[in-house]
Ligand binder design. Structure first.
Ligand code: NAD
Length: 468
């Protein structure tokens, strides 16, 4: 029997009313005030301090995320974003003085950051707390009214956000709407001043098409296949640990910047696999599948998707490590595959899970061509001590961001913009970039009535022509 579709109570009419209400709030001017912005950011900070346990429990319910990972990546990172915005907000809001030219003499000029208005943040499930609130923090810091739509795939965190946030912030200007495709579609029909979307490229295209109808600017934080190139001159133990930390210790591979595949030379691959095996045992014990220090696969849909990639013809016999699964607990052990076919799902689609293919090449420089044969990734990693190789990697490889001799950590530096390029996304945020992502940089010039020159005014005489 076909499953009955639940009618959504949040439709386009309700979404329209919501946006109208929020526009009224924004037009009242209150969200522009420094004090309002600070009060909201302090509210979020207080919410995290007071409700930490509930937040950790919710992300555990959604993903079996280990407490340590929840603290580091959800609690601490969100708190740091809030703290930085509170520390720097005055500075960020200050108009930036700009030099003027002889043509405009006498004059002065400045760039004024103004809020965009009413903005929509559509979030995802893998870091359901951080990736919901981090853009919201930027939107509030910039003085906007905000609607957050968390992911229905992480329902515990989505419902927690909907319940908690309204207790701690101005719930007339900051709203959470829960729901899935129907609710998101209703929201997307509305005219927003910016849409910030985190998720897949497939839905990113839907978001961008909807935004185009209203000429609404978008930031798309998408994914892709993030490569890790490993040269043979590395400290093998450290390299292996850092690859594991950026793959299985980061939400079990369900991270947009996680290592999607490794490229190394044919000769070096066996040594790298041995090092990965030994460090995996060190981290997760002999029975990796049983470890409590790894998130599970988020749901059955994604479990089946990963199983399909792993069991594809010509792929399953490439497993050199792992491969154990437990469907009842939605668990797949860390699995390494050597030289899977180039046209397999594993090598053409983003993996977003605990499978790690290793691609071998004759010379390490050949890795560049492998990376360039795929869409531009969100992150690219290189492990090497060779300075020339580092230089050419930075110069020749296009990626949202890159990190040499480690994985993932670059996105914890607030001074670095975080975002994709090409199919991995457009626009960026973090730190001051989050404030800028939700601001319009308005050019303002001031002139006085003094020093008025007649050169620019008609009649355009030959004498005036000689003066310009
Ligand atoms: P998704 O695109 O399926 O879902 C994200 C959001 O879109 C959810 O809120 C969902 O309700 C909504 N949505 C889903 N289908 C929709 C539709 N047809 N119409 C309108 N809205 C719809 O993505 P996902 O599976 O949640 O996330 C996985 C992807 O996200 C991966 O590619 C990953 O790399 C990427 N990601 C990127 C970042 C980043 O910061 N760049 C972070 C996390 C995840």
């Amino acid at each position: 029997m076909a499953e009955e579709k639940k009618e959504s109570s949040f439709d386009a009419d309700k979404a329209n009313m919501l946006v109208q209400d929020l526009r009224q709030q924004f037009d009242s001017g209150k969200t522009k005030a420094y004090e309002w912005r600070v009060a909201q950011l302090e509210g979020i900070s207080r919410m995290i301090d007071e409700r930490e346990k509930e937040i950790v429990e919710a992300v555990h319910k959604d993903l079996s995320k280990p407490e340590f990972e929840a603290f580091v990546a959800e609690i601490n990172m969100t708190k740091s974003s809030c703290k930085l915005a509170l520390q720097e907000l005055k500075q960020w809001m200050m108009p930036e003085k700009v030099k003027t030219s002889l043509t405009t003499y006498p004059s002065s000029a400045e760039i004024v950051s103004e809020p965009l208005g009413v903005v929509l943040v559509i979030s995802t499930w893998n870091y359901p707390f951080l990736l919901s609130l981090d853009p919201v923090i930027g939107a509030i810091a910039a003085g906007n009214a905000v609607v957050l739509k968390p992911s229905e795939i992480s329902p515990a965190t989505s419902s927690l956000l909907a319940n908690l946030l309204q207790e701690y912030v101005d719930n007339t200007s900051i709203k959470v709407i829960e729901g899935a495709v129907d609710e998101t579609s209703a929201l997307l029909e509305q005219k927003w001043d910016k849409i910030f979307y985190t998720g897949s490229g497939r839905v990113g295209r839907i978001v961008m098409a909807a935004a185009a109808k209203h000429l609404t600017p978008v930031i798309l934080e998408l994914g892709g296949k993030c490569p890790v190139v490993v040269d043979s001159d590395v400290n093998l133990q450290v390299a292996a640990r850092r690859i594991i930390a950026g793959k299985w210790s980061c939400n079990n591979g369900q991270t947009c910047t996680a290592a999607d595949y490794v490229i190394t030379t044919k000769d070096f691959a066996p040594k790298l696999i041995d090092a990965l095996r030994s460090e995996l045992d060190e981290f997760f014990g002999k029975d990796h599948l049983d470890s409590k220090d790894m998130s599970r696969v988020v749901n059955l849909y994604h479990f089946k998707r990963l199983m399909k990639s792993m069991k594809e013809d010509g792929v399953s016999d490439k497993i050199v490590l792992g491969g154990q699964t437990d469907a009842t607990q939605l668990k797949i052990a860390p699995t390494i595959l050597l030289d899977a076919p180039k046209d397999s799902l594993l090598m053409t689609e983003e993996i977003f899970g605990p499978l790690l293919p290793i691609v071998t090449v004759e010379k390490i420089e050949d890795s560049f061509q492998v990376i360039k044969s795929k869409p531009k990734p969100l992150a690219a990693y290189l492990f090497t001590n060779n300075e020339e190789l580092k230089k050419s990697f930075v110069k020749d490889i296009s990626a949202g961001g890159m990190l040499i001799n480690d994985t993932i950590l670059h996105l914890t530096v607030p001074g670095l913009p975080f975002g994709g390029v090409g199919e991995s996304g457009m626009g960026y945020y973090h730190g001051k970039f989050s404030f800028e992502a939700f601001s319009h940089k308005k050019s303002v010039m001031y002139r006085s009535f003094d020093g008025d020159s007649s050169v620019r005014y008609p009649p355009y005489t030959p004498k005036k022509l000689k003066l310009i």
